[in-house]
Design a binder for this molecule. Structure first.
Ligand code: ACO
Length: 326
C-alpha cells in the first residue's frame, strides 16, 4: 500500500457577509444570543447567481495551484455536498468539465457535515491501492439555499463555502494513518430536509409547509455531537497506534463553539491545539473542515511531521475522524 497525503489545499468563500445584526432584521434573535449559544458572529452567503459548483470550482483551482498539479493529471473528483446544483448530473461532473479534468472519474458523496471526511477516506483508498495517482476532494455546501429564513433555530447557524484538497502519493510514514467512519440512520430524523426526494416529492403543499428546508432537533444533535467528536477521535488515534498526547492539531467540524469546547474538555486536549474559525463562517457543512484546514495551512501553523486529526459529525447521522502526519 502506498502512503497517501494532502498535496495542496484551497478554499473559496462567497463575498457577501451576513452578520448576526443582519439576522436580527429577519427573525426574532439577537447578536448576544447567537454569540453566546453558538460562537458564530457572521457567515458568508452565496450570490444569487452563484451555485454550489461555482464555489467548488474556485476552491479546487486554488488547491490544484497549491499542489502544483494540473487538472489533466487528476484521476478522481469527489464532491461531498448535500446541496448539489441539481439532483443530477452530479456536481462533480460539472466541476470536472469546468476544470478541464479530462480523464477524471466523478461522483458526489452525501454524508452531510461528515462528507469531507468520507470523501478523503474514499479517495485515499484508490491512491493507496495504486488504482489512481491524484484525486481532488471538495467539501462544498450552499446551505443558505435550503434554510427556512423564518426559523431562528436553524437559519442563524449555517453559511456557504467550499474547501478542496488534492490527494496523492507521499513519502512513506507521512499522510493518512487511520480512518474512523460511522453512520446511524436511526437518528436520521434529528436533522433532515423532509421533502423534495422520492419519499415526499415537491408539491404546492410541501412548499407551503416549508418542508424543503433544514429541520433539526438542536439539543439532541448537540448531545450526539459532543459524544462522537471525542469517541471518533479516540478510535482514529487508537487505529493509528497513537494517543491524544501525539496530537499537534485537531480540526473539528465547525458547528458550534460549545460543542467543540465540550468535546475537547471531555477528551482532555489543550485548546490551543484546536483550530476554530466558526466565528467568521458559521457551519458550512462539508466545507467546514477543509476551509479550516486551508486557513491553518495559509497561516503556516502546520509543520511537516505534525500529527493532525480531522473529526466531524453531521446529518445521517454520520460521524468520523482521520489521523494524518503532515
Ligand atoms: N435567537 C434567540 N432565541 C432562540 C434562537 C435564536 N436564534 N433560537 C432558539 N431560541 C430560543 C428557543 O426558542 C428557546 O426558547 P424557550 O426556552 O423559550 O423555548 C431557547 O432559545 C433555548 O433553545 P434551545 O434550542 O434549548 O437552545 P440551545 O442552547 O440548545 O441552542 C442550538 C440551540 C444553538 C441550535 C444548539 O442546540 C446546537 O448548536 N445544536 C447543534 C446544532 C448542530 O450542530 N447542527 C448541525 C449539525 S451538522 C449537519 O449535518 C448540518
Amino acid at each position: 500500500m502506498k502512503s497517501v497525503g494532502i498535496l495542496g489545499t484551497g478554499a473559496y468563500l462567497p463575498e457577501k457577509v451576513v452578520t448576526n445584526k443582519d439576522l436580527e432584521k429577519l427573525v426574532d434573535t439577537n447578536d448576544e444570543w447567537i454569540v453566546t449559544r453558538t460562537g458564530i458572529r457572521e457567515r458568508r452567503v452565496a450570490a444569487p447567481d452563484e451555485a454550489t459548483s461555482d464555489l467548488a470550482v474556485k476552491a479546487a483551482q486554488r488547491a490544484l495551484e497549491h499542489a502544483g498539479i494540473s487538472a489533466e493529471q487528476i484521476d478522481l473528483i469527489i464532491v461531498a455536498t448535500v446541496t448539489p446544483d441539481m439532483f443530477f448530473p452530479a456536481t462533480a461532473c460539472l466541476v470536472q468539465d469546468r476544470l478541464g479534468a479530462s480523464k477524471a472519474a466523478t461522483f458526489d458523496l452525501s454524508a452531510a457535515c461528515t462528507g469531507f471526511l468520507y470523501g478523503v477516506s474514499t479517495a485515499a483508498q484508490f491512491i493507496a491501492t495504486g488504482v489512481y495517482k491524484y484525486a481532488l476532494v471538495i467539501g462544498v455546501d450552499c446551505l443558505s439555499r435550503i434554510l427556512d429564513w423564518t426559523d431562528r433555530s436553524t437559519c442563524i447557524l449555517f453559511g456557504d463555502g467550499a474547501g478542496a484538497v488534492v490527494l496523492g502519493p507521499v513519502e512513506e510514514g507521512y499522510g493518512f494513518r487511520s480512518y474512523e467512519l460511522r453512520g446511524d440512520g436511526s437518528g436520521g430524523d434529528l436533522l433532515k430536509v423532509p421533502a423534495g426526494g422520492s419519499r415526499m416529492p415537491a408539491t404546492e403543499e410541501t412548499v407551503k409547509q416549508r418542508l424543503h428546508s433544514v429541520v433539526m432537533e438542536g439539543r439532541e444533535v448537540f448531545k450526539f455531537a459532543v459524544r462522537v467528536l471525542s469517541t471518533a477521535t479516540e478510535e482514529a488515534l487508537k487505529k493509528a497506534g497513537l494517543t491524544k498526547e501525539n496530537i499537534d492539531f485537531l480540526i473539528p467540524h465547525q458547528a458550534n463553539i460549545r460543542i467543540i469546547e465540550a468535546a475537547v474538555k471531555r477528551f482532555g486536549l489543550d485548546e490551543n491545539k484546536v483550530i476554530v474559525n466558526l466565528d467568521r463562517y458559521g457551519n458550512m457543512s462539508s466545507a467546514s473542515i477543509p476551509v479550516a484546514l486551508n486557513e491553518a495551512v495559509e497561516q503556516g501553523r502546520l509543520k511537516k511531521g505534525d500529527t493532525i486529526v480531522l473529526c466531524g459529525f453531521g446529518a445521517g447521522l454520520t460521524w468520523g475522524a482521520t489521523v494524518l502526519k503532515w
